[in-house]
Design a binder for this molecule. Structure first.
Ligand code: GLC
Length: 582
């Protein structure tokens, strides 16, 4: 455990942070050192903070986070040193899937506020040098969207072809698997027109028909609306699924186990992205990232190879999908995944680096250890990984405090349609509900969606009302106010490493080389750029472990470590992280 003695690293940090507040997102240091780097882009150098608006800060006591709540915390966001905020959907929505079912793409959810609040938020972020990335959900809309109301009203309605319909006189549709449906069936029979509609996600999320040019133009118009307001980028939700072979061929048995292969490579996917680039994206200095990017680095490259004029960076799932949530996953295998992706993108294209998001459990619970003796160190170690890899870091709200899985015991505590419908599915099949609930404690998305822990007052200072989902009981110790006061907290370590990344372009652009690849406990790598070389050593285990890199650390300078007394050699303390300049 840490002592309260402040080592030089922390003192140096305090001084440098004090000076950092007046710097622009891309520091002058970064500019000077990176001038000779080809292909520089603001979004490669940015640190993106993913903010789940429902759970960040509630301003009106209804128990749901909102835009005014975020506005009240803009100075906190600024204090983190991040460059951009990615906001999960804030549009009008009946919220069957917490905003990923949009009923009006041009208005703000009443739960979150008004368009005036949005404009004020955007302005407040920009005044602080922080960009805003919006979530765009256009594989599907809400079933309450006016387009769908029209579409389902008659077979001859002009909006009929905005969605995928299968007329019942053709017989049962070709089976399609659904992510959220209780019966895993992606076709839903709709009485008014005696036809089935397609929904890869929940029944309340009908898939839009991208093969219809009119629909595509509607989407581009909507994207321009937000860009003309000044937003700085888009995260394209489930975008790899948009193009469908509308002859709906039969897929081989078991295809759902390899769903990305079948759903993620539609016949016109890349034509549509290129069209979107021509019509919209290329006209603005923005960043774009598609959620998911096929099933291999080669697939992903197609989305982001600059010569193809598609999206800015790839966000693949092989990293977070690795090991199937096993707590004792095999570290060498994980290293291989990240190393393979890095080398595939070495000469072109760009990756995102993340360990958590709103569809994942909390990173420290998933990838390291959230028990009290280890939580702090383990959180900082994982943060070190995210901030020292090549690619744009996506950092999920609350991870900067070391927030952990809530691990609900009862199905009644869950709010997420995915868990609730899966529970119903298991129940229908007379499956093992106990085992299901036990597994959800590890993997459920609600683990990562609990309210931000601001302080130790009621509801962690998130809301004066009853929060829409329970607050993690550890808020009395894990909260922003108490971490502000502790220079060695997870929060202050986050600020430190953000600053370090900004001061060292090698951490953004430098070549990554994996060392000691078979070491079962330590992840070791170097980053190198223009003669500058850093070494990162991360102990992923709860026991001391020794790296064998062949590098003489006696001549190396320690830049940052997560322990108050960092180890001197290659033997690291549990969950220790160190960064050296060689
Ligand atoms: C994406 C979102 C997820 C949502 C799904 C359907 O995977 O990240 O939260 O449930 O799409 O929109």
């Amino acid at each position: 455990m840490q002592t309260k003695l402040l080592p030089l690293v922390y003192i140096a940090l305090a001084i440098s942070l004090a000076g950092a507040s007046c710097q622009s997102p891309v520091t002058s240091n970064m500019q000077a050192a990176a001038d000779s780097i080809p292909g520089r882009k603001w979004w490669k150098e940015a640190i993106i903070y993913q903010l789940y608006p429902r759970s960040f800060k509630d301003s009106d006591g209804d128990g749901i986070g909102d835009l005014k709540g975020i506005i009240s915390k803009l100075d906190y966001l600024k204090s983190l040193g991040i460059d951009a905020v990615w906001l999960n959907p804030i549009y009008a929505s009946p919220n069957f899937d917490n905003g990923y079912d949009i009923s009006d793409y041009y208005s703000i959810s009443k739960q979150f506020g008004t368009m005036e609040d949005f404009d004020a938020l955007l302005k407040g972020l920009h005044q602080r040098g922080i960009k805003l990335v919006m979530d765009v959900v256009v594989n599907h809309s809400s079933s309450e969207n006016e387009w769908f109301r029209q579409s389902r009203s008659s077979r001859s309605n002009p909006y009929r072809d905005y969605y995928h319909w299968w007329n019942a006189e053709r017989g049962k549709p070709t089976p399609r698997w659904s992510f959220f449906d209780v019966n895993s069936n992606a076709w839903k029979y709709d009485t008014p027109t005696n036809a089935y509609y397609l929904h890869y996600f929940a029944q309340q999320q009908p898939d839009l028909n991208w093969e219809n040019q009119k629909l595509r133009q509607e989407i581009y118009k909507m994207m321009r609306f937000w860009l003309d307001k000044g937003v700085d980028g888009f995260r394209m939700d489930a975008f790899q699924f948009v193009s469908k072979d509308t002859s709906f061929p039969v897929f081989p048995p078991g295809y759902e186990k390899d769903i990305i292969r079948y759903y993620g490579a539609g016949p016109h996917l890349h034509d549509y992205i290129q069209e979107m680039d021509r019509e919209v994206l290329s006209k603005y200095d923005i960043m774009t990232v598609a959620e998911g990017a096929g099933s291999s680095p080669a697939d992903a490259m197609k989305f982001v190879d600059p010569s193809r004029h598609e999206f800015s960076m790839a966000y693949h799932f092989e990293g977070v999908g690795y090991g199937n949530y096993a707590p004792d996953y095999d570290l060498p295998g994980l290293k291989q995944v990240y190393s393979r992706w890095d080398s595939s993108f070495e000469s072109k294209g760009w990756l995102s680096i993340f360990l958590g998001n709103h569809d994942q459990p909390r990173m420290v619970s998933h990838w390291a250890n959230d028990t009290p003796p280890f939580r702090d160190m383990a959180s900082k170690m994982l943060t070190t990984f995210i901030m020292t890899m090549r690619g744009t870091p996506y950092y999920y709200y609350g991870d900067e405090l070391g927030m952990t899985n809530i691990r609900f015991d009862n199905i009644e505590d869950y709010r997420d349609i995915e868990t609730i419908n899966k529970y119903r599915h298991v129940k229908q099949l007379h499956g093992d509900l106990k085992q299901f609930l036990a597994s959800r404690k590890i993997s459920a998305r609600d683990n990562g969606r609990t309210p931000f822990q601001w302080d130790s007052t009621a509801h962690a200072g998130f809301s004066t009302g009853t929060p829409w989902i329970k607050v993690n009981p550890n808020y009395k110790t894990v909260n922003e106010v108490s971490e502000e006061q502790d220079p060695t907290s997870v929060l202050n370590y986050f600020r430190q490493i953000v600053k370090l990344r900004k001061d060292h372009p090698v951490l953004v652009y430098g070549k990554y080389v994996l060392l000691d690849k078979d070491n079962p406990g330590i992840y070791a790598y170097t980053r190198e750029l223009n003669g500058k070389k850093l070494l990162v050593l991360l102990n992923f285990k709860s026991k001391a472990a020794t790296a064998n890199t062949g590098i003489d650390l006696k001549k190396a300078t320690l830049l940052l470590g997560n322990y108050v007394s960092p180890s001197k050699g290659e033997t690291l303390q549990p969950y220790e992280a160190v960064i050296y300049q060689l």
